[in-house]
Design a protein around this ligand. Sequence first.
Ligand code: ADP
Length: 367
Amino acid sequence: MAQVSLRHVSKVYSGNVKAVSDVSLGIENKEFVVFVGPSGCGKSTTLRMIAGLEEISEGDIFIGDKLVNDVPAKDRDIAMVFQNYALYPHMTVYENMAFGLRLRKYSKAEIDQRVKEAAQMLGIAKYLNRRPKELSGGERQRVAVGRAIVRKPLVFLFDEPLSNLDAKMRVQMRTEINKLHTRLQSTMIYVTHDQVEAMTMGNRIVVMKDGIIHQVADPISLYDKPVNKFVAGFIGSPPMNFFMGRIIKYDGKFYFDEGTFKVKLVEDAVPKTRPYEDKEVIFGIRPEDIYDKLFVQEASPENTVTARVDVVEPMGSEVYLHMATPKNIFIARVGGHDKPEVNHDIDLVFDMSKTHFFDKDTEKAIV
Ligand code: ADP
């Protein structure tokens, strides 16, 4: 069993740099957990503490049932894949993959079997006699993954392994690592700054900022129910639109009033926003929940917003409309054939059942 447990883990680097603050998290056996957050949020430090490459300043880390705080990296039964591959340049692919097993005194036959099996799995069997410099970036990363697989570790740790690859190769390797997880059924912990990678790979995602965990959830819950404005804005592309404004009651109905437009809240949103009546809140709506009124059959004036088209960005299957009200800018993600004229006003329909509200001071979701 390879569950990993972090209990009140902190890391302070010399110079009093607080990289990780009081992180507690349980990772289940066979789970694929992704740590995501902007650069400098402490995700690599957390991974490196799990790996044993970085000392823990405070707290405990368990791998399986074993407290590993003082266990050296080589005895933790983990394997790590790095962004820069970290292959030995003078060794062949075969030797690179076999190296760790040799150190651990595995028999020649066992090493041969494991290396060939992993090479097969990763489609690099024909490169076993090449040196790393004779391989493409994607192939090198496969070798690095292969070197981790042959160890059959309790836990795989990945530190931004796809960052050096071009966009197409990244997408391909993403799928392959997903398949590998299904096939190997091992515990995997993966660090990335890329929210798309996080959303497509993890069973659960840990969103970090400034050394603190903001939310831990499966991808859909994270997307639908972000706990605060940071998570709401970080997950999703283009990001969620935010508007400052007030909750008002008018004629017995509740509205969000931006100042230059007003939209009616759905029934579900009324109980939670009622305490904010006449107060300022942050209103959030994702670009895909805004429609061009021309393509909506039953639009109501109560959720229609008139705004100016600033930029039309065709993406092929869809179009990003960069819009402006007199007070705010926002993005609508509409159908690929929608080509409104720039600098003209158009009517947009907000799907009010998909809206989010955040407290102006704490930026926490109003639930
Ligand atoms: P991330 O992986 O999310 O980009 P890191 O874990 O690498 O973030 O870094 C978290 C914080 O710790 C950053 O502010 C970074 O500058 C700092 N940091 C990382 N490594 C060291 C180090 N060896 N010495 C001092 N500060 C460090």
